[in-house]
Design a protein around this ligand. Structure first.
Ligand SMILES: Nc1ncnc2c1ncn2[C@@H]1O[C@H](COP(=O)(O)OP(=O)(O)OP(=O)(O)O)[C@@H](O)[C@H]1O
Length: 599
């Protein structure tokens, strides 16, 4: 498979809106490069399919002229031959159309799918700031809706439109051969029609952009509310959520209506051109026939040829709307693809086995688009195998500090090292294997337990190892109750409480055998019994590994070796846990003050 250009590095600097749109198109187009050969073959076929029907009017004219004369034996045979050729052209043209439709659909699906996969992969690589700004529904709409439209456009519509243009040009040539004045009149009419169509399309595109954006927002809002359905219902918010959805969806009406109006205008304009062309051929043809310039057969050929413009013009009118929708989609996809990923991996170093030593050296970190740094010069040293508890008031920078450890964010200045290796030098696969993260909100998939444990196969482990990991975190009894074992689907066949979900997440981490575990207080949202089960599992998981634990409870700190107090993006205190024992030290008072409200 051809590797696509990195969206982050290939996004060109753009000056104005036109440049931005062009840059976005280039970015999207580059992702379809692997289909270039298939597209070329398809284009040739489409050109043949576009040119074939042109033979029909020529044959019809010759038949009409032949039938008008004295019908000798030879003439009758010639007429029969012409009629047979006329039928054969019709058959061939239809056959070519079928082939074009079949191949076009296949090509469009492949191109769209490839684009979809690329966009999904890029969306997954984007940082937390970007994801915080976009609802999952909006992202899904881009990954599926926009990618499908753009893939179809690039693989099929553009090619079909080229065929339409070939037919139109062929008709003009055909008329010119009959008489140049007929050809010139039709060319003028087509040019005028073309200008009107393009103008209408330009008006329709912005309406389409707004319409697609609004429907993306409705999709996003619906997804978000469905996800929080239980809470919404419990708090009596359902009615308001529905009313809000109705209001949002009503906002899509105006741009859709505008877009549809322009689409109808485009259709009418193209039909006017067809009728105008027919009138030109009939009127001009009859005048020229009276003047003895054309035969009746030639007039018939000219008129029939103008009627061939109907299909390409219909196609233009139809596809112009598709182009306009895909244009809006391409701009949105381009925007997404030009967002730099949170971090880029170029390093090849491998992290060693065993517990990893952690060092932060004068680290400053900022989120994309933020004016200020979130971390202001953090320095920290945690020997391999030790456990650090990080405490501090909300918004102080604890999560940001942990994000640096698994490279969800890179320092703006300073260095983060694991086992003495700058994280920017480390190979991605090695980092993902050796550093594990457990957040408060466990992300379980509606898939089998096996897929959840191996994260869709990203860890190789046989069933015995999977079951042993479940046992180790205390899920042995839960697992034993499941009739279909590791194949049980989470949700439908295997229900999980919040505590069990956390334990599953810990088993998932255990299987990776990491050297550093980063935890965001996994017991914070659990009841006492579940919290105890998770704490027991943590004892197993963290044994012999380095750990950084964001702690919201004093109890959590009892199991760590060192404690760091984070406030306003700085580590204001850091020291061994023993200091807490002496309740009168400044350190103990500070920690107690930070945790007092929640412990
Ligand atoms: N993904 C993000 N994009 C932009 N800013 C962010 C992002 N995450 C956090 N911030 C900002 O960075 C600052 C530090 O947040 P951080 O989440 O690191 O604090 P915290 O101490 O972990 O807080 P909490 O205990 O509430 O989780 C806050 O001002 C927050 O608004």
């Amino acid at each position: 498979m051809t590797t696509p250009p990195s969206a982050a590095t290939s996004a060109p600097a753009v000056a104005d809106d036109g440049d931005v749109a062009a840059a976005h198109w280039r970015l999207v187009g580059a992702f379809l490069a692997p289909h270039r050969r298939a597209l070329t073959g398809f284009s040739l076929l489409v050109l043949v399919a576009g040119a074939l029907p042109l033979a029909g009017p020529v044959l019809l004219g010759a038949i009409a002229d032949g039938a008008g004369g004295a019908a000798g034996e030879a003439d009758a045979a010639r007429l029969a031959l012409l009629a047979a050729a006329f039928g054969a052209v019709g058959l061939l043209a239809n056959g070519a159309d079928l082939l074009v439709a079949w191949l076009g659909a296949r090509l469009a699906w492949r191109a769209a799918n490839q684009l979809r996969v690329r966009v999904a992969a890029h969306a997954l690589a984007l940082g937390s700031t970007w994801h915080a700004r976009s609802t999952p529904g909006e992202v899904v709409d881009r990954v599926d809706g926009d990618a499908t439209r753009v893939g179809e456009l690039l693989a099929q519509v553009v090619v079909r439109l080229s065929a339409a243009l070939v037919t139109l040009a062929g008709v003009v040539v055909l008329l010119t051969v009959q008489d140049w004045r007929l050809g010139a009149a039709l060319a003028l009419l087509l040019a005028a029609g073309g200008v009107v169509l393009v103008r209408l399309r330009d008006l329709a595109v912005p309406a389409g952009v707004v319409a697609r954006q609004r429907s993306g927002e409705v999709f996003g809002a619906a997804e978000e509310r469905l996800r929080g359905a239980e809470e919404l219902r419990a708090l009596g918010g359902s009615r308001y959520a529905v009313a809000d959805l109705h209001r949002r969806s009503a906002l899509t009406l105006a741009p859709w209506r505008r877009q549809e109006t322009y689409a109808t205008g485009i259709w009418s304009a193209s039909m006017l051109v067809v009728f105008g062309g027919g009138a030109v051929a009939l009127l001009g043809g009859i005048l020229l026939q009276r003047a003895g310039v054309l035969t009746i057969g030639q007039v018939l050929a000219a008129f029939t040829a103008t009627q061939l413009t109907r299909r390409p013009l219909e196609q233009l009118a139809e596809n112009i709307q598709q182009i306009q929708q895909a244009g809006a989609g391409a701009v949105r996809l381009g925007e997404l693809l030009s967002q730099p990923p949170a971090v880029e991996f170029h390093g090849e170093a491998r992290l060693p086995d065993g517990a990893l030593e952690v060092e932060l050296d004068a680290v400053r970190a900022a989120y994309p688009g933020a004016d200020d740094d979130t971390l202001h010069g953090v320095t920290l040293h945690l020997p391999g195998g030790q456990h650090l508890g990080v405490v501090g008031a909300s918004g102080g920078g604890k999560t940001t500090l942990t994000r640096l450890l698994h490279r969800s964010l890179d320092p703006r200045l300073g260095t983060v090292r694991l086992a003495g290796i700058d994280l920017r030098e480390v190979d991605e696969a090695s980092l993902r294997r050796r550093v594990a993260v457990v957040s408060q909100e466990v992300q379980l998939l509606s898939a089998s337990i096996r897929d959840n444990l191996t994260l869709l196969g990203s860890v190789e482990a046989d069933d015995d190892r999977l079951v042993a990991a479940l046992d180790a975190v205390g899920l042995g009894d839960w697992y034993a109750r499941l009739p279909s074992g590791l194949d049980a689907r989470l949700g439908s066949e295997a229900g999980t409480s919040a505590g069990e979900a956390q334990l599953l997440a810990l088993a998932r981490v255990l299987l990776r055998d990491p050297g550093l575990v980063v935890l965001d207080e996994p017991t914070a949202r659990l009841d006492t019994a579940s919290a105890m089960a998770v704490t027991r599992a943590l004892d197993v998981l963290l044994e012999g590994r380095t750990a950084v634990v964001v702690a919201h409870r004093l109890a959590t700190l009892e199991r760590v070796d060192r404690i760091a107090l984070v406030r306003d993006g700085r580590i204001v205190e850091e020291g061994p846990r023993e200091l807490l024992r002496h309740g009168d030290t400044g350190f103990a008072r500070l920690v107690a003050a930070e945790l007092g409200a929640v412990s």
